[in-house]
Design a protein around this ligand. Structure first.
Ligand code: SAH
Length: 324
């Protein structure tokens, strides 16, 4: 089975049958201020868009629904006109996670894929979604490239007409066709109907060869091929390839970033919001809130490995957090 087909089937089964948050945690689960400042980011973008109503506020792969719940709660108080304009649409494949999302985000509409989101102005958020999408891998063997398939729990290499600039023998190049197609689709719809999409995920700033496929099983690193459906499979996101896919799809969108998550969240006021939440709390609780913000922003924690990429309609000014 080709690696991307293997990965798609394995992840679909994993997300349908497991509680992924027993295996890993994510920024919205670490700090409520994360979803809150992203909600305010969306409200500022909506103002710049000329306050369209209704606005499609969409999220890809919402997990437990925590990010969206925090974003909506924050904007109900701080940006009531924005809040009133929002129609919430969630793209989620797992029935089990849909049920969790429904308990935190009542009134949302669910979709299997971004392609069925209704047309119209959109603000779309996606945290740790792209890393779960299936990839293909090509290996340099002498003068040719071979493609990786999965056979009986191991890699098998098949002939391929993949062509790539020179790379050392044995080098692995990953190609995320699913993520590229998604980004191209979103770029075209944003150019046509207005809006912006914000992606937060881990990956390098520039494309580089390397095998980044990894698995977490019961919270521990595992063999990605050994137990399909029992472990969470992810890869590093190739942001430069995605930025190129967006630009190639439409001249009507501007690509902002990728920039590291740490400075982005600091500019959005993560620490101001955390300070507000910590005020009047017992010292241990206040310290835990500040430590959570540090975990998301410090360069040796999630602040540098995680990147933020934004596609926005070309008429929009620089999105908050991307200022040079
Ligand atoms: N954004 C959440 C969850 C990240 S886990 C957070 O930050 O906590 C990845 C999420 O994407 C899960 O909700 C998973 O079910 C969903 N997902 C993964 N692949 C998908 C696909 N191909 N289509 C739709 N949803 C998918």
């Amino acid at each position: 089975m080709r690696l991307d087909h293997f990965m798609a089937a394995a992840n679909a089964r994993y997300y349908a049958t497991h509680d992924p948050f027993r295996d890993f945690t994510t920024a919205p689960e670490i700090a409520q201020a994360f979803g809150e400042v992203l909600g305010l980011w969306a409200a500022v973008m909506w103002e710049a868009m000329g306050r369209p109503s209704p606005l499609l506020l969409a999220e890809l792969g919402p997990g437990r629904g925590t990010l969206m719940a925090d974003a909506i709660r924050a904007t109900a108080q701080a940006a009531p006109a924005f809040h009133a304009a929002c129609a919430i649409h969630l793209v989620e494949a797992s029935p089990r996670l849909r049920a969790e999302q429904a308990s935190r985000v009542p009134g949302a509409v669910w979709h299997d894929a971004a392609s069925t989101l209704p047309t119209g102005p959109v603000i779309l958020l996606a945290n740790e979604f792209l890393d779960a999408l299936p990839i293909r891998q090509f290996v340099r063997r002498g003068q040719a490239w071979r493609e990786r398939f999965v056979k009986h729990g191991r890699f098998a290499e098949h002939p391929s007409d993949f062509a790539s600039p020179d790379a050392p023998d044995g080098a692995v190049i990953e190609r995320n066709d699913a993520a590229r197609a998604l980004i191209a689709h979103l770029a075209a719809r944003i150019a046509a109907h207005g809006g912006a999409a914000l992606f937060l995920d881990y990956g390098p700033e520039r494309s580089a060869p390397g095998d980044s496929l990894q698995a977490l099983r019961a919270g521990r690193p595992a063999d990605p091929l050994a137990t399909p459906g029992e472990s969470d499979l992810t890869t590093h996101v190739d942001f430069s390839a995605l930025a190129e896919a967006a630009t190639a799809a439409s001249s009507g969108v501007t690509v902002w970033g990728p920039i590291p998550q740490g400075p982005f969240l600091v500019r959005l006021g993560l620490y101001q919001r955390t300070g507000r939440l910590a005020r009047g709390q017992p010292p241990a609780r206040a310290a835990a809130l500040i430590q959570a913000a540090q975990r998301l922003t410090e360069p040796d924690r999630m602040g540098r490995l995680f990147k933020v990429l934004c596609l926005a309609h070309s008429s929009l000014p620089c999105p908050p957090g991307f200022e040079p």
